[in-house]
Design a protein around this ligand. Structure first.
Ligand code: ADP
Length: 192
């Protein structure tokens, strides 16, 4: 299996690139943010719970997110591989992911770190707010909070995965097609 993590701060372009990478390599794309939003739209119990955290720019609790992600992986038991977008976002999530991929006899192939500096992120998210209709993009203090949460909870994952030599850095600034081809090149290196 080819199992990729697209890692990076909010607004780095993970969603845009994940769709393209999934199609290119024939992977199942799992975006925890998209799954939460679909649940919010559908008015499910999970959606109501998730919304109370998302609207404040906080993370949904680990046990909820891990349970949901595990369910999505199980639903796609025939997959050639996965691209995880927005997951893991904490060390316990990464540990849980390692554990259940290993139960399935597989592991993370590569972690692509999409790098964009902070002021550019804020600019992009404020622009996205005008078209996305996302409540967590509409307010600059919520955007700043998401970036703080990223720095404190998620950024340490880079060292967690670097220890196993799996992290590949890609510059997230530039043309979408250029960034996509850089990501594909790094994935091919990991496969080789
Ligand atoms: P972005 O990366 O642009 O902030 P996402 O769509 O990936 O947006 O996520 C939106 C929100 O969903 C996050 O701010 C967080 O509240 C919640 N969320 C998404 N993935 C996770 C996760 N792995 N763990 C906890 N909360 C998550």
């Amino acid at each position: 299996m080819l199992n990729l993590i697209l890692f990076g701060p909010p607004g780095a372009g993970k969603g845009t690139q994940s769709v393209k990478v999934a199609e290119h390599f024939g992977l199942v794309h799992l975006s925890t943010g998209d799954i939460f939003r679909a649940n919010i739209k559908g008015g499910t119990e999970l959606g109501v719970l998730a919304k109370s955290y998302i609207d404040k720019g906080q993370l949904v609790p680990d046990e909820v997110t891990i349970g949901m992600l595990r369910g999505e992986v199980e639903k796609n038991s025939g997959a050639k591989g996965f691209i995880f977008d927005g997951f893991p976002r904490t060390i316990p999530q990464a540990e849980a992911l390692n554990a259940f991929l290993s139960e399935k006899g597989t592991s993370i192939s590569s972690v692509i770190s999409l790098e964009v500096e902070e002021e550019e992120l804020v600019k992009r998210l404020k622009m996205r707010a005008e078209v996305s209709g996302r409540s967590d993009d509409a307010d600059e203090s919520v955007i700043r909070n998401r970036i703080e949460v990223y720095k404190n909870e998620t950024f340490p994952l880079k060292d967690f995965y670097a220890a196993s030599g799996k992290v590949k850095i890609v510059n997230g600034i530039g043309e979408i097609e250029q960034i996509f081809s850089d990501i594909c090149a790094r994935v091919e290196e990991a496969k080789a």
